[in-house]
Design a protein around this ligand. Structure first.
Ligand code: NAG
Length: 448
C-alpha cells in the first residue's frame, strides 16, 4: 500500500509526465499559429476610431500598421503627417503602448500610402530614389529616429510609385485607333525610367534594412493599388531585405480613375469577358509574387470599404457589371466623408435601410464570392440618386482569407477604422476582422 507521501510523489510524477507528453502538442499549436499574419492597417487621419475600440481590435491582429508618416519634399526626411495628433497629443505612443497589454503585437509605422500628398513635390518619392546616398541617409536616419522615439517595432514602406494608367473608355472603333496610336507613341508607359527606379528602390530598401535589422526592428513593404510590380519591384532581391509584403489587391478600378464605367473593384479571380484586363485581380497579383518570393511572407490585402459610382439614366436598371455611363464618384458617406468611398459599416447600414431602396447583388453566391459583391439603386424613376457600389461582403472576405490561409503568409486588412467597430451591422464589433481571423484559424477568444 502506498503511503500518502509516496502517493503525492507518484501523482506529481504523473503530472510532469503528462506535461512532457503534452508539451510537443502545445508547441506544435504555437508553431502552427506562428506563421499566420493578420496585419491590420490603421489610418489615424481617417474615420475616428476611439482608442478603446482600437485596443479591442488589436488583440486580433499580429501586426498593426500605423498610417501614415510622410517624407519632406526638400530634404526627404521622414516626418509625421499630423504632428498635432501624433506627437503633441501623443497618439503615436498611445498606440504603441497597446503592446504592454498585448506583448506579441508588433506595431509598425508606415511611410507614404496615398495620404502623403504634396502639391509642391508630387514626385518626391521618385526624387528620393534618384537623390543619391547623402539624401537617402537623411531619410533612413529620420525614419529610424521616428521608430525608436515613439516605440514602434519597425517601418513599413508604402512607397509611392507612378500608378498604371486607367483603362480608357471609347467606342470600339475609337479604342482600336487609340491602341494603334499608343503602339506608335508609347503613351501607355507611365515611367520611362522604371527599370532604373526598380534598382534604386532595392538600394534604398537595403539601406533601411541595414539600420533597422541590427536594432531588432522590422521592415515591411506595401504595394499600393495600381502600382505595377513588374515595373518597380525586383522581387527576388527583396527577399532578405523586407520581412513581409502586403499586397493592396483592391481598387483595381475606382470612380476617380474610371468615372465612366463601374465594375468589380477587387475581384478574386479574373473575369476576361467585356475587355477586362487580365492582371487586375487578386489571384494574378498573388500568383505573380508567389513565383519569386517566399509565400509565407506575402499577405493578401482585403479592403473593408467599397467603391461607389453615381449612376445616370443611361446606366440601365439591371446593375449587372460592367455598368456603363456612370458619372464618377458617388457622394461621400457620413463617416468616411470621401466621395466614391463607403466603409463596410456605411454599406451595411444602407442595405438595412428600406428607405434607401438599395438592392444587393442577386447573382448566384459562387459568382458573388469570386468576383465580389455589388449593391445598387438605379437612377431611373427612383426619386433618389442612382448609385452602384462594389464591395466585399463577409462571404467574399471569407473566400479571400480561405485562399490566403494555406497558400500565403496571411491577410492585410485595410483599414480597421472602416470595419464595423461599433457593432451596428450585426451587434458584433469588427465583423470583417473576426471573419478573417476565423478563416486563418487564429484563436477567436475576445477579451473586453
Ligand atoms: C504590368 O503591366 C503590364 C502591361 O500592362 C502587364 O502585362 C503586367 O501583367 C503587369 N504586371 C502586374 C504584376 O500586374
Amino acid at each position: 500500500m502506498l503511503k500518502s507521501c509516496e502517493l503525492r510523489i507518484f501523482l506529481s510524477t504523473m503530472k510532469v509526465l503528462a506535461l512532457i507528453l503534452l508539451l510537443p502538442c502545445l508547441y506544435a499549436e504555437d508553431e502552427f499559429y506562428r506563421d499566420r499574419n493578420l496585419v491590420c492597417f490603421y489610418n489615424s487621419d481617417g474615420v475616428k476610431l476611439p482608442i478603446k475600440d482600437l485596443a479591442l481590435a488589436v488583440q486580433f491582429c499580429t501586426h498593426l500598421i500605423y498610417g501614415y508618416a510622410g517624407i519632406r519634399g526638400d530634404n526627404y526626411e521622414a516626418h509625421s503627417l499630423n504632428e498635432e495628433l501624433d506627437i503633441k497629443n501623443n497618439h503615436f505612443t498611445e498606440v504603441t503602448s497597446l503592446k504592454s497589454k498585448y506583448p506579441k503585437l508588433k506595431v509598425l509605422l508606415s511611410v507614404g500610402g496615398d495620404r502623403d500628398i504634396d502639391e509642391k513635390h508630387p514626385n518626391k518619392y521618385i526624387e528620393l530614389l534618384e537623390a543619391g546616398s547623402e539624401s537617402q541617409k537623411g531619410f533612413t536616419k529620420s525614419a529610424l529616429s521616428l521608430v525608436k522615439t515613439y516605440g514602434f517595432d519597425g517601418l513599413d514602406l508604402a512607397y509611392q510609385f507612378p500608378k498604371n494608367k486607367p483603362k480608357e473608355v471609347h467606342s470600339t472603333l475609337g479604342a482600336a485607333l487609340e491602341s494603334v496610336k499608343k503602339f506608335f507613341t508609347g503613351d501607355s508607359v507611365v515611367d520611362s525610367n522604371a527599370e532604373k527606379h526598380k534598382e534604386q528602390f532595392i538600394s534604398i530598401a537595403r539601406e533601411v534594412k541595414d539600420v533597422l535589422h541590427p536594432n531588432g526592428f522590422l521592415l515591411s513593404l506595401t504595394v499600393l493599388p495600381n502600382v505595377n510590380s513588374t515595373w518597380y519591384f525586383d522581387i527576388p532581391k527583396l527577399n532578405g531585405l523586407v520581412d513581409f509584403v502586403n499586397l493592396a489587391t483592391f481598387d483595381f478600378l475606382t470612380p476617380e480613375r474610371n468615372p465612366e464605367e463601374a465594375d468589380y473593384t477587387a475581384s478574386l479571380i479574373g473575369l476576361t469577358s467585356q475587355e477586362r484586363l487580365s492582371h487586375l485581380n487578386v489571384l494574378f497579383q498573388t500568383d505573380y509574387w508567389m513565383k519569386e518570393f517566399p509565400v509565407t511572407k506575402i499577405n493578401l490585402g482585403i479592403s473593408a470599404y467599397g467603391n461607389a459610382w453615381k449612376l445616370t439614366d443611361e446606366s440601365g436598371n439591371t446593375g449587372k457589371p460592367i455598368v456603363h455611363h456612370t458619372n464618377g464618384p458617388a457622394p461621400a458617406g457620413p463617416y468616411t466623408k470621401k466621395a466614391g468611398l463607403l466603409s463596410y459599416t456605411e454599406i451595411c447600414t444602407m442595405l438595412a435601410n428600406v428607405e434607401d431602396e438599395i438592392e444587393k447583388d442577386v447573382q448566384s453566391p459562387i459568382e458573388a464570392v469570386n468576383f465580389g459583391n455589388y449593391a445598387y439603386r438605379p437612377a431611373k424613376g427612383s426619386g433618389h440618386d442612382g448609385i452602384w457600389i462594389s464591395y466585399d461582403d463577409l462571404d467574399t472576405i471569407r473566400h479571400k482569407a480561405m485562399h490566403a490561409d494555406p497558400l500565403l503568409g496571411g491577410v492585410a486588412l485595410f483599414n480597421l477604422e472602416y470595419d464595423d467597430f461599433g457593432g451596428v451591422c450585426s451587434g458584433k464589433k469588427f465583423p470583417v476582422l473576426r471573419t478573417i481571423r476565423k478563416e486563418l484559424g487564429l484563436p477567436l477568444k475576445w477579451q473586453d
